[in-house]
Design a protein around this ligand. Sequence first.
Ligand SMILES: CN(C)C(=N)NCCC[C@H](N)C(=O)O
Length: 288
Amino acid sequence: MPVEEFVAGWISGALGLVLGHPFDTVKVRLQTQNTYRGIVDCMVKTYRHESLLGFFKGMSFPIASIAVVNSVLFGVYSNTLLVLTATSHQERRAQPPSYTHVFIAGCTGGFLQAYCLAPFDLIKVRLQNQTEPRAQPGSPPPQYRGPVHCAASIFQEEGPRGLFRGAWALTLRDTPTLGIYFATYEWLCRQSTPDGQNPSSATVLVAGGFAGITSWVTATPLDVIKSRMQMAGLKQREYQGMLDCMVSSARQEGLGVFFRGLTINSARAFPVNAVTFLSYEYLLHSWG
Ligand SMILES: CN(C)C(=N)NCCC[C@H](N)C(=O)O
């Protein structure tokens, strides 16, 4: 099993993550809290109350976990294509796989990465939703002191299953949308590259950026449900399950609730995924 794809997936994912984390914090807060009037209001309040550091809350854990998550995604994707088409990454420009194979490989990568991502994503979302400013003498401490304390508290209060809160919604979000992600990337690369040649850096940037936007637009409804399930039982209300969360969110806030965070998700998706694909292709190309 070729391992370069796993390593390239890890490094490229980490670069994209740092770039996109401030957008991600705003998105999570808009999806789970009703105190903001929109993106700008959320950004201004976060900055005033918590300074620039507020935008980077919950980032240390995803940075550590991206090693696992993104390398599973890209590694499983590439190795599934190898099984389906018997072509390595280097051979795929000369013998391009069908879009059906690309889609199936993307869904497989998405399905497996969702289970690795679930506990890390839960902790990220819980920390991003703590709106207390940095600890000052006399001020009440936030519920979680950091990622390890957050993981330990969830484990103590809810047992190991607690760490997988929202995992079903995450799996349903990621399995089809990662198929769409890789199929869009491949399609856009092939549209602007002569047969058999490698896409230029500009093509990879644009195709990666639009693949990110397309997949996040389709992922947003389940992303909202996933974030709410992850916050359930804390400040927010408890839900009976995913369906109950969908129905009661729509009843209380209208169908527009499923598109909360869509604009910020798309704005974040372009740079993050442009950089992720560019560094992924660059690393695999330079390793031969
Ligand atoms: C729609 N979904 C779930 C995705 N496209 N996932 C792939 C993640 C790529 C990048 N780390 C990001 O966070 O955008």
